[in-house]
Ligand binder design. Structure first.
Ligand code: SF4
Length: 335
């Protein structure tokens, strides 16, 4: 299968049906031993210092790995991707645009999928067959999530890793399924984690993920809800591709995301929310809405190009956890 870079979660069923192997460029970037090196490739090509690190990292991966075809999402993800796409074209890449509809409407989604299928030289019937092949993987991600928040058998970091990898199933869904089955059976043998603070993580994935989750766990808190990562796994697959990608909340209005977030916060008995924002990202403005609409404590953390949790951010996290612990103690004493 021919490799194709993807800039965010897209209908990979269509890519597979067209004979492509999707590679999530974000995951390649952040798992590189030296992500700075990839960012500097972009900066040497003229990407400004005040451009989001993820965009620069994606560009760096395209150049560094020689991926010559890239599917760029032009509506429903990131306004910077449009200009990234133009620069990639200038550099001789084959660029395929894909636009999510501006609302989660199944009929309009169907039209967008048909346009993409035509551009890729495939059809929706073949893509539906791939959807059926991927269904066991998606079901396993649902089980992983339940073991995280219901059983306390999977850590927030493990949950993050598996769910975020579902954008491309690490390039091999059969292997992904096998490895996840093994992982879940090991987790079922574990003793549940203690009764620590329960957190939700909302927003785009962080550039310092491993450090953040590890630090939270050291402070006695665990993430029981990874919002966007869970969406990447398509928790509501519906009855067709059009329904699946209409139920996927990330490309649409923040209020669609809020419905999902508030429902899960309540169901998962979350004590506090970490809202991650990326420097120079338009999505950071959504913090205004989250703070108004979510009625439990929120900590907003901004990341830029440091791939570790800086001492300054550690202090913010510690203070937040401390505040949540005190609130919980007071609540318990009052009972
Ligand atoms: S973090 Fe924001 S600016 Fe950066 S790629 Fe994602 S959506 Fe775009």
């Amino acid at each position: 299968m021919k490799p194709i870079g993807i800039t965010t979660t897209v209908p990979i069923e269509l890519l597979s049906a067209a004979g492509y192997k999707a590679i999530d460029l974000n995951n390649v970037f952040i798992n590189d031993p030296s992500p700075d090196r990839l960012v500097s490739i972009a900066e040497r090509s003229g990407f400004p210092l005040n451009c989001c690190t993820w965009i620069k990292g994606i560009y760096g991966v395209c150049i560094d790995r020689g991926i010559d075809t890239v599917l760029c999402v032009t509506t429903g993800d990131c306004s910077n991707t449009i200009m990234l796409m133009e620069v990639l074209k200038l550099r001789g890449f084959r660029v395929i645009p894909f636009a999510y509809p501006d609302q989660p409407d199944t009929r309009r989604m169907q039209e967008c999928l048909e346009t993409l299928a035509k551009n890729l030289g495939t059809n929706l019937e073949d893509a539906e067959k791939v959807r059926r092949d991927l269904a066991p993987c998606r079901q396993l991600t649902g089980e992983l999530d339940e073991l995280t928040w219901e059983e306390n058998l999977v850590s927030g970091w493990e949950n993050h890793l598996w769910l975020i990898s579902s954008s491309d199933f690490n390039g091999d869904h059969r292997q992904y399924r096998l490895q996840l089955e093994q992982f879940l059976s090991q987790c079922r043998q574990r003793q549940p984690y203690g009764d620590g603070l329960r957190l939700a993580y909302i927003g785009v994935p962080p550039v310092f993920a491993q450090d953040l989750y590890r630090f939270l766990e050291q402070q006695g808190a665990t993430v029981v809800f990874n919002e966007v990562q869970r969406q990447f796994a398509m928790p509501k697959p519906g009855g067709s591709l059009a329904e699946q990608y209409s139920n996927y909340t990330y490309p649409y209005s923040i209020f669609n995301r809020l419905d999902d977030i508030t429902t899960e916060i309540q169901q998962r008995r979350v004590d506090g929310v970490i809202h991650y924002v990326q420097a120079f990202c338009h999505r950071a403005i959504g913090d205004i809405i989250f703070r108004r609409m979510i009625n439990i404590p929120i900590l907003t953390l901004e990341g830029n190009s440091a791939y570790v949790l800086t001492p300054h951010l550690q202090t913010k996290v510690e203070a937040f956890i401390d505040m949540l612990s005190r609130s919980r103690q007071l609540l318990e004493q009052g009972r």
